[in-house]
Design a binder for this molecule. Structure first.
Ligand code: PRP
Ligand code: URA
Length: 254
């Protein structure tokens, strides 16, 4: 089988590893079904995930269904992404008085969304982790050249001290993600502390980013077949920002 890159299909099986920080076993670590060291993770393709993907891609689906089932995809994606954040082993006492040995995500996590599409992930992120601070980067892909242009960034203080979930749901050519990574690097965040969260990814986009930034982790809910001549993903979802926000593709620059 031709492999453009190593995809780690991971299972949430009962594996554990030694945490380098605490040297204690962390329960519930994502397993590595292929034994590969890849930093590209296609989340488990469960029947429920495929159901949600089918509904959001169906062009006859009303927008309320796109939003409802899109939120399901986003939830799966974020829950899996959280598995790659550092965690502390904790012991809690249950209401029945027994000790449960578990693990909690550490507090040094920020998110950054690439405006506009990345904002679609924010509500679900906050429903999982309301304390997470969210920065924004406005990047616009030129409709003709497909080149990204960076307009502004507004990042949380201290972002360089922890891990960052970079919310960029469409990884097409990878240009926008690369521009966002540059912003985070300039702010002092190293690649190996960045988790790019992507709903749909193209093989070309993954290859682009992993070739130039091999330490960045990419978690995706789908790897598409290819890009078309307009640099949209196939089969894809069309323009995700327009589909999600209910706009028609016309940007007015003021
Ligand atoms: C779209 C999409 C991604 C980017 C991906 O954004 O939301 O950010 O293109 O393409 P790339 O990988 O080829 O760079 P766009 O700039 O169209 O803005 P939008 O989010 O407002 O739709
Ligand atoms: N942006 C999108 O929203 N979809 C694509 O397929 C490519 C870029």
């Amino acid at each position: 089988m031709l492999k453009l890159f190593d995809i780690e299909l991971f299972e949430m099986k009962a594996t554990s590893r030694m945490s380098s920080d605490s040297m204690t076993t962390v329960p519930g670590e994502p397993g590595n079904a292929l034994g590969a060291e890849s930093r590209v993770h296609l989340i488990p393709q469960t029947p429920s995930l495929i159901d949600a993907h089918t509904r959001i891609r169906d062009r006859s689906s009303p927008r309320r269904d796109v939003l409802a089932h899109g939120r399901r995809v986003i939830r799966f994606l974020l829950e899996e992404s959280f598995g790659f954040l550092p965690r502390d082993v904790v012991r809690v006492i249950t209401p029945a008085g027994h000790t449960y040995v578990g693990a909690r995500t550490t507090d040094d996590v920020c998110a950054v969304s690439v405006v506009r599409a990345g904002e679609a992930l924010e509500a679900e992120l906050w429903s999982i982790a309301p304390e997470v601070r969210i920065g924004k980067i406005l990047i616009q892909r030129d409709h003709v050249t497909k080149q990204p242009s960076l307009h502004w960034a507004h990042l949380p203080d201290g972002i360089q001290d922890g891990h960052v979930l970079l919310l960029e749901p469409m990884l097409a050519t990878g240009g926008s993600l690369m521009a966002a990574l540059d912003v985070l690097n300039d702010a002092g965040v190293p690649d190996d502390r960045i988790i790019a969260v992507s709903m749909l990814s193209s093989p070309q986009g993954i290859e682009h980013v992993t070739r130039l930034r091999p330490s960045v982790r990419i978690v995706t809910s789908s790897i598409e077949e290819r890009l078309d001549e307009a640099a949209y993903m196939v089969p894809g979802i069309g323009d995700f920002g327009d589909r999600w926000f209910g706009t028609d593709g016309n940007v007015t620059w003021l």
